[in-house]
Design a protein. Structure first.
Length: 209
């Protein structure tokens, strides 16, 4: 983002109670404080960072030039300066075994919360760019299912220090059986909107067992 554009962007953001910007962890620093100071209307600045996964093999293969110490430093900086942290977590990251996908998604969300993240979004990995299809052919990527997204979000409800939601963009592309698709999407939507009350019970489906 060009520095000279920041004042105009901040002026446009004045009517809002909060402003979210996305950043790589390595770029979190004084620039965030300078932009926050421009939000003179009182809006809080939230910085969104893609942690993706803490699975050691998958994290290395993602090649995002992000390691846990670097993420920790960014999170600590935001916490020290009273800026909010939002984190993106992947479900079904390449090189994470399918049978462990939910476990590592939950572990990553818990890690983010332990570093001060107040909001965490679970994003199911979707193909379509060619590279994921190549990895799938090699056995290094298995598309996550709708049921896995539901279960992962359900298990993250134990995280009390952060609001965890599931990203529903292109939700119809997630593998799942037709008999329970509508009910599962509705349940995920309910959990997204009401993170604290008890959600509807899990959807029983023999095809997804």
């Amino acid at each position: 983002m060009p520095v000279e554009d920041l004042p105009a962007i901040a002026e446009l953001a004045l009517p809002f109670a909060a402003v979210t910007v996305e950043s790589h962890a390595s770029m979190v620093g004084p620039a965030a404080l300078e932009f926050a100071a421009l939000l003179t209307g009182g809006g809080r600045l939230e910085v969104a960072v893609g942690l993706e996964t803490i699975h050691p093999v998958a994290m290395r293969h993602l090649n995002k030039r992000l390691d846990l110490p670097r993420f920790d430093r960014a999170a600590a900086f935001l916490l020290e300066h009273d800026l909010d942290l939002r984190v993106f977590v992947l479900l079904g990251a390449p090189h994470v075994p399918a049978e462990a996908a939910i476990e590592w998604t939950v572990k990553t969300a818990e890690y983010a919360a332990s570093r001060g993240a107040r909001r965490i979004a679970i994003i199911p990995v979707r193909g379509g760019n060619g590279e994921l299809e190549r990895l799938e052919a090699l056995g290094d990527f298995v598309p996550p299912t709708l049921a896995q997204l539901e279960y992962a979000l359900d298990q993250c409800r134990g995280i009390k220090s952060a609001v965890v939601t599931a990203d529903l963009w292109d939700i119809e592309r997630l593998p799942g059986c037709e008999s329970c698709h509508t009910q599962r999407v509705a349940r995920i939507q309910t959990m997204n909107l009401t993170p604290n009350p008890q959600p509807p019970p899990p959807i029983p489906c023999s095809a997804c067992a």
